[in-house]
Each structure stands twice: as C-alpha cells, then as structure tokens.
Design a protein around this ligand. Structure first.
Ligand code: BDR
Ligand code: CA
Length: 317
C-alpha cells in the first residue's frame, strides 16, 4: 500500500470549501491531519461552524482549529454572500455541530503540526492566506519545514472574480499573500486559470446520491451556488466552478495540471489592482521563479474522480 500524503486544509467554508472538505476526507491518497479555519466567505465563527458541520456530515474524525477573524491589515467585511449565502452554505439549514473547535489557534496548530513532521506536510489553502502568514511571521523557520503549499488563489493569465484583476482569496488579504509568496516556501498556485475550467452542473446536483449524509444540505447549497454563478439563467442548464476541490486534487496529483515555474508577486497598494497576482513573463529578466503556476487542467479526469468520490453522476447533461 502506498503511503498517504499528510495534508492540512485551511478553509473559509463556503460552498466549494464544503465540497473540498468532503473530497479530501474521502481521498484514498490524502491523510487529513487537521483543518484550520479563516474568515472569508463568511465571518470566522460561521466558517468554523460550517467546517465542523461538514466534518460531522462526512462522519470522519478530524480536529478543527479556528483561525483569523480579520486580515493582517483592516477588518473583514461580508463580500461573498451573493455566492455563499448569509450562513456561508447557501442558506441551507445546518444542524449545530455537536463538537467545537480545539482550544488552539489555527496558526499555533500549523506551527506545532509542521514542527512535529518537518518536511512532510502539504498545506492546502482554500481561503485567505492569513493563518499561514501569521504562522510564518511568528516562526520563520517553518519555511524550510513545509513540504509545499497548494494555494487556491490568484489569476495568472485570466481576469479576476472580485475585481477585474483580483481573485477573492488573494484580494481578501493581499498582505498575507505577500508574506507567503515572498517567504521562499514551495508554492503551487491553483488559480482561476484552471478552477474556472472545472464545473458542476444542475443535472449532477439534482442527481447527487440520495443516500449520502450530506446530500440534503449540499443539494440546497449548490442550488444557491448555481444561481449565483448564472444570474437570470433557468434551472436545468446552469454550471458553476469547483475552485477549492481542484486545489485538493492538485495536492493529490499535480499531473492533473500543466504547470510552469514563474515569478509571481502580489499587488498590495494599487487602487484598482490591489490583490492582483502579477506574473513576470519577461524571459530576459533574471528572476528566480517562486511559484509553480497551474496553467491548464485535465478537466474530464478531475471531474470523473470528483463525481465518483462524492456521489455525483459523471455526465453533466
Ligand atoms: C475562492 O474564493 C472563495 O469564495 C471560494 O471558496 C474559493 O476559495 C474562489 O475565488
Ligand atoms: Ca474557499
């Protein structure tokens, strides 16, 4: 038997985070050591509650650690309710979880877990990079001890989703993203270039396996998510992107994407470009690449594995 890849998920659950949590917890190739939470799609109290609820629905035992409530600079404000609803799960009624988050902050847990297994752990960040930035600021030695950070975030050669050029997870705390991207830690960027290529459809949502414990909640949540991504489109023909699950898939198997090593910086100041991932493509400038950028994805291969694992039918129409 092959050894599983030890990972920690950092989430702001969120509808696509919820799918990513299930996808990771049911993975035959990943061992989820813990889950850390951050503000983002909702406030951190709600993203933590949603995370605990998803872990309970998955019927898997894994500890959850609550993290940052605000970005490194400034304060969180609701921005994603149009896509994730007022409770973060498309307003689907969710049972209050029976367990709570552990009594250790996300950044403290990250530090302890990484020091415990130096060089082994892959972090899969599906939210703002605030928790990791705090951990790296508190203990810069972690940079050499993290195997890789797979970041769902950024937009290398395509437009943004919050602003014309900025993706939500970078835009929501560009100062934290700057700390991580400048730290020297190995980074794989799973940005909108690839996540917008992997979509779930109405037909798949309607035909989600009725026997799964999460089916009722996820059908309702995904109906909301499909509406948000397809304003004015009638139910039946809608599609919406699986951002966060794709990052989990790349942590499992990077061969899903065509990847280029590139120099990527984070815009922190620009009045209309704040949160942009700026990729240097000038071949004549001697820059050391700091990020493995996913440029294209084998969408059918990912979707087939994702659907099979979570109980969605494989064909979208
Ligand atoms: C990212 O932003 C969040 O709203 C989603 O959960 C995903 O992590 C997509 O830009
Ligand atoms: Ca997310």
């Amino acid at each position: 038997m092959t050894t599983k890849i030890p990972v920690i998920l950092d989430v702001d659950t969120g509808i696509d985070d919820a799918l990513a949590i299930l996808y990771a917890l049911f993975s035959p190739r990943l061992q989820v050591l813990g889950i850390t939470t951050c503000f983002g799609n909702e406030n951190v109290t709600n993203t933590t509650r949603n995370t605990l609820a998803m872990v309970e629905m998955a019927q898997v035992s894994v500890s959850v650690y609550q993290g940052a409530a605000d970005p490194l600079v400034g304060q969180w404000a609701p921005q994603a309710e149009a896509f994730h609803g007022e409770n973060g799960l498309g307003n689907a009624p969710i049972e209050e979880p029976h367990t709570g988050a552990k009594n250790l902050s996300a950044s403290e847990y990250l530090r302890a877990a990484i020091l415990d297994r130096p060089g082994e752990i892959t972090l899969v960040t599906l939210a703002r990079l605030t928790n990791l930035a705090i951990a790296l600021k508190n203990d810069p030695s972690l940079v050499q001890k993290i195997r890789r950070v797979v970041v769902m975030g950024g937009a290398a050669f395509v437009g943004g989703n919050v602003t014309p050029v900025s993706e939500a997870n970078i835009w929501g705390d560009p100062d934290a993203a700057w700390v991580v991207f400048h730290s020297g830690v190995p980074i794989t960027m799973v940005g909108l270039d690839v996540t917008m290529q992997v979509n779930i459809s109405d037909r798949q949502v309607q035909n989600l396996d009725p026997k799964r414990p999460y089916t009722k909640v996820m059908r309702q949540a995904l109906d909301f998510y499909l509406s948000a991504y397809n304003p004015g489109v009638v139910s039946g023909t809608r599609q919406a992107p699986l951002h966060d699950p794709l990052a989990v898939a790349v942590a499992e198997d990077p061969t899903l994407c065509a990847i280029s090593d590139l120099s990527v910086d984070i815009e922190r100041e620009g009045t209309i470009t704040r949160g942009m991932t700026v990729v240097d493509q000038r071949g004549w400038v001697d820059l050391t690449p700091n990020v493995a950028v996913c440029r294209t994805v084998d969408a059918p291969r990912f979707l087939s594995d994702f659907c099979q694992r979570l109980g969605f039918p494989m064909t979208s129409d």
